[in-house]
Design a protein around this ligand. Sequence first.
Ligand code: OAD
Length: 246
Amino acid sequence: MSRIGEEVESAIEAVRLSLRTGQIVAFTGAGISAESHVPTFRGADGLWRNYSPEKLATAEAFESDPRLVWEWYDWLRGLIHAAQPNPGHLALTELQRRSPERFTLVTQNMDGLHEMAGSQDVVKLHGDIWRLRCVSCGREGRNEQTPMDHLPPICRCGGTLRPAIVWFGEMLPVDQWDRAMDASRSADVFVAIGTSALVYPAAGLVQVARQSGARVVIVNPDPTPADELATWILRGPAGEILPRLL
Ligand code: OAD
């Protein structure tokens, strides 16, 4: 028996038709990687249930105990390293391949699974766990070592390297945010997939798109505060629903 409810069936068909014309934004959160066995942040098995964001995901936490923060990210990088893109990621790659000029993928994820699935020009609002940045000289580069052989990793300038991701209280990368805003303002269909829509400013993109006239689609097995903005809500796992939108 499919986990997708009957009422979702007719909505899937309506969304599929709506994706044939106009500008599309796909906006993803941790839920799209859940079926790749990367844990989400919130919810029953969420990462933040066992770990406190204030203790781990802030610049202050890193400054006071970089090794502790790195131990967590080193563990998370190991989990992500073992993961493969799932049919949800692959469906978005295919959607882009069919209509590259009218498709933008905006993600809050730092796991790199969209790129691994073949998505191009991904707008990355929260950075990339596979990139490291020196807190002293600012040099940034890719690093896929897992586990790291030394924690915290040290830059050749002698400074401490941190994950090049956005922590609580930090600004989003301006160029990525501008691209996300532009795409959301000109979207005809805005598909929010696997996000709790709780973390701002990213979550505000749903509202921006809605106010600019986009039809909003939510793909999520659970309710979110963004549901009230939706034209269609597709309750179910992204890995099952997204391939059916093609
Ligand atoms: P959350 O962990 O807050 O939310 C994950 C969402 O995915 C929830 O609404 C789940 O119901 C949904 N979900 C779970 N399994 C799913 C599946 N198979 N298919 C579709 N949806 C599913 O993750 P985000 O909304 O991404 O920030 O969290 C936003 C930000 O908070 C993250 O980018 C991260 C975190 O702190 C930073 O690291 C800066």
